[in-house]
Write a protein that binds this ligand. Structure first.
Ligand SMILES: Nc1nc(=O)c2c([nH]1)NC[C@@H]1CN(c3ccc(C(=O)N[C@@H](CCC(=O)O)C(=O)O)cc3)CN21
Ligand SMILES: CC(C)C(=O)C(=O)O
Ligand SMILES: [Mg+2]
Length: 276
């Protein structure tokens, strides 16, 4: 036996801390965020240099085959958060609070958020504006950094009438008021989803905290996408997505090549096995 097996693994200190978010905004450095739901993918995204990983409740529709995010439980989020947080050392890991785990009371929000922090999250994200102010206050005063989420909030798709742009026309003021209320209550960053670009620009200028956009135009402090949308894993993705690769077709082709190689006997070849 070597001593290596008993030496605790050295964990590099995190490059990204919550206070770096504000520094990035002040320095005009764009923040990059992608979702991640497992260790395998999180390691690759870390190697690509992403600043923040979001263990999004999009886990439900992207990875678990659910119809949307409403079916995702706190237990699902705990498993995914643990997998991502333990796999990476550089990016800041933000975990979504799933539907039904935080809305009833600040106490409920605290218990749920603490359970995700125990799995290694560095911050939690929750959806909604003024209705969340008390929960955000309790969490931040208890040592849990909180990221807000306004605009199209998928957990409210049933009351919003589906995935549609928010904050058009007179409704813009509501989004602005919610953003200010969240900042005032202590959120460290804000995700702004599917709002008109000029509104996102206005809110980005108005707030001290960084605004991370998705379908909100180019002038927010950062951008976030679902990793499998970004990598082209699926045929369909929201229209605000740009595919930076075609991993879906590449994986399908690799599968076809593997199946053909097995059937025609070219795999395994001599270098893929041993006689003794
Ligand atoms: N794969 C995936 N990507 C996402 O961006 C994502 C998820 N899943 N799940 C959670 C939420 C849900 N989101 C969604 C879901 C649907 C649309 C959508 O259907 N958008 C239409 C119309 C938008 C409009 O009114 O402009 C589109 O064509 O993009 C957008 C965002 C964003 N999030
Ligand atoms: C779309 C992003 C912002 C999200 O909340 C998720 O992936 O769950
Ligand atoms: Mg989400």
């Amino acid at each position: 036996m070597t001593t290596a097996s008993t030496t605790p693994e050295f964990k590099e200190p995190k490059t990204w801390r919550v206070h770096h978010l504000m520094q990035a905004k002040q320095a005009g450095r764009k923040l990059t965020m992608l979702t991640a739901y497992d260790a395998l993918t999180a390691r690759i995204l870390e190697a690509g240099g992403v600043d923040l990983l979001l263990v999004g409740d999009s886990y439900g529709n992207v990875m678990l085959g659910f119809d949307g995010t409403l079916e995702v439980s706190l237990e699902h989020m705990q498993v995914a958060t643990r997998a991502v947080a333990h796999a990476v050392s550089k990016p800041l890991v933000v975990a979504d609070l799933p539907f039904g785990s935080y809305e009833a009371s600040p106490q409920q929000a605290f218990t749920s958020a603490a359970s995700l922090m125990k799995q290694g999250a560095n911050a939690v994200k929750l959806e909604g504006g003024q209705a969340r102010v008390d929960a955000v206050r309790l969490l931040t005063s208890s040592g849990i950094p909180v990221v807000g989420h306004l605009g199209f909030t998928p957990q409210s798709e049933n009351t919003l009438g589906g995935p549609r742009m928010q904050g058009r026309g007179a409704a813009a003021q509501q989004v602005i008021d919610d953003a200010l209320a969240l900042q005032e209550s202590g959120v460290c960053a804000l995700v702004l989803e599917l709002v008109p670009a000029p509104l996102a620009t206005e809110i980005t200028k108005l707030l001290r905290i960084p605004v991370i956009g998705i379908g909100a135009g180019p002038e927010t402090d950062g951008q976030v996408l679902v990793w499998s949308d970004m990598a082209g894993m699926t045929d369909w993705a929201p229209s605000f997505v740009k595919k930076f690769a075609e991993l879906g077709p590449a994986l399908r082709q690799a599968t076809e090549d593997y199946c053909n190689a097995v059937k025609e006997g070219s795999f395994p070849a001599e270098n893929n096995y041993r006689m003794e």
